[in-house]
Design a protein around this ligand. Structure first.
Ligand SMILES: *Cc1c(COP(=O)(O)O)cnc(C)c1O
Length: 440
């Protein structure tokens, strides 16, 4: 009995230590990764949708019509996406990266085609371009932190096939200007809206304005399904190609998968029912997420706006900002670097992103891209284009990105916490500015 009791206590004790460490770990995770935070409001709704799938055990989105007992989470999520964002068609994929790859394949972009994209994005944008044999042409961003339309115009050649704006950090590119350029030069407009779920431009959802657009539902996006993505388009032919491409070229016309025809070569970029189930719960919370983001964003912006040295990102349609981040500029690169260093010194750097020095989001640190470091042989055109990036002048982007800090907006902040965050940032900047003026 004694032994039993001790081992019971021990077990409880060990369990609480374990839970304590899990908790600490989870908190660190939240602090480090609170990018765009659907995962912050995980709950009963997600568990319910997933358990519907676990009940039947049919984890695949296609086939097994009998045993799945009417549970079709992927189809349901695609319908919900069409309804929510006003897109005619939606094709779920295994990730945002595979959504971009799928969209490009379906739009007929391939070997030798040039895709104009911004110098500031996530690496996935150029990964997708390279994966279909095309050439990423990187051009400058402006203070919208997205494609500079004039830089796009300057980069157009005979080989240009597509312009791919990336709606970074919750807000949008100047879509009227980019659409006009694409129309005039007969180019495909493909929106990488992976980071801007729920953002709008002149009344239309980001990702639904070009020939096609993509979202990512990875773990740190506005809504998550762990891993997943979607291609949205209003073009039925493009959609049908996406549908086949993500499933080994299956035409999905019959009831027997094995008897399907393969009108073209495809791939496997399928989403699973488990992932789609999570997405289904999350998309129903999107309005709540956006409302919280907008409220916290507005409060933080009001605080930072008190300091005349801070300016903010330009937003082509301010009402359409999804407000996942508040992006702001300081007057010079030196001041910005000093502020970042001071934020670090005071241990409040988490959630404040200095993209200029970041390994994953800006051309400056993409040595692997500029040196064409791949595991396999690229085609010669791709290799030549990548090596040329080493000498390309990105000083216009540098001048913008080196002064920019993006503060990610959490869904969990109280008003008090936003106030505290804002005031801490202000205090850091004031301290740096005072030092500067003494040194000057
Ligand atoms: C997250 C992201 C992607 C890729 O999404 P994954 O689902 O992580 O593959 C593509 N582009 C941008 C701008 C992103 O932020």
């Amino acid at each position: 009995m004694y032994i039993l009791t001790t081992s019971f206590i021990n077990k409880n004790f060990l369990q609480s230590i374990f839970l304590y460490f899990c908790n600490v770990k989870l908190q660190t995770l939240t602090i480090k990764l609170n990018h765009m935070p659907g995962f912050e409001l995980w709950g009963e709704e997600e568990r319910k949708e997933v358990s519907d799938v676990l009940e039947t055990g049919i984890l695949m989105r296609y086939g097994f019509d009998g045993p799945r007992k009417g549970i079709w989470k992927s189809i349901e999520l695609e319908k919900e996406i069409c309804k929510t964002f006003g897109s005619k068609y939606a094709q779920l994929t295994s990730s945002g990266t595979s959504a971009l790859t799928t969209a490009m394949a379906a739009l007929g972009i391939g070997a030798g085609d040039e895709v104009i994209m911004p110098s500031f994005t996530f690496v996935a944008s150029f990964e997708a371009v390279l994966s279909i044999g095309a050439i990423p042409v990187l051009v400058d961003v402006d203070e919208s932190l997205t494609l500079n339309p004039q830089a796009v115009l300057n980069a157009i050649t005979r080989k240009t096939k597509c312009v791919m704006p990336v709606h970074m950090c919750g807000s949008m590119a100047d879509m009227d200007a980019l659409k006009a350029i694409c129309d005039e030069h007969n180019l495909i407009l493909l929106e990488d809206a992976c980071q801007s779920i729920g953002g709008t431009y002149k009344g239309k959802f980001l990702g639904t304005i070009g020939h096609a657009g993509t979202f990512s539902f990875d773990f740190v996006k506005t809504i998550t399904c762990a891993e997943g993505g979607v291609v949205m388009t209003n073009d039925e032919a493009v959609y049908v190609k996406c549908d086949g491409y993500t499933d080994h070229g299956h035409d999905h016309k019959g009831v027997d998968r094995g008897a399907d025809l393969h009108p073209f070569i495809g791939y496997n970029f399928r989403i699973s029912e488990l992932h789609a189930a999570v997405g289904l719960a999350q998309i129903k919370k999107l309005d709540t997420f956006l409302a919280i983001q907008k409220k916290n964003h507005a409060q933080l912006k009001n605080i930072l706006a008190q300091l005349p040295e801070i300016s903010f990102r330009t937003i082509p349609d301010a009402t359409g900002d999804s407000c996942t981040f508040l992006s702001w500029f300081l007057p010079t690169e030196d001041i910005t670097k000093a502020v970042v260093a001071e934020l670090k010194a005071q241990n409040i750097v988490a959630g404040n992103f200095y993209w200029y020095a970041n390994n994953w989001h800006y051309i400056k640190q993409w040595q692997h891209l500029k040196e064409a470091t791949t595991l396999y042989n690229l085609n010669e055109e791709q290799k030549t284009a990548l090596l040329k990036l080493q000498t390309q002048d990105f000083s216009v982007s540098d001048a913008i990105m080196s002064r920019c800090i993006s503060t990610s907006i959490s869904l969990l902040w109280s008003e008090e916490q936003v106030k505290e965050k804002g005031e801490k940032i202000i205090a850091v900047i004031k301290k740096v500015l005072e030092k500067e003026s003494i040194n000057a």
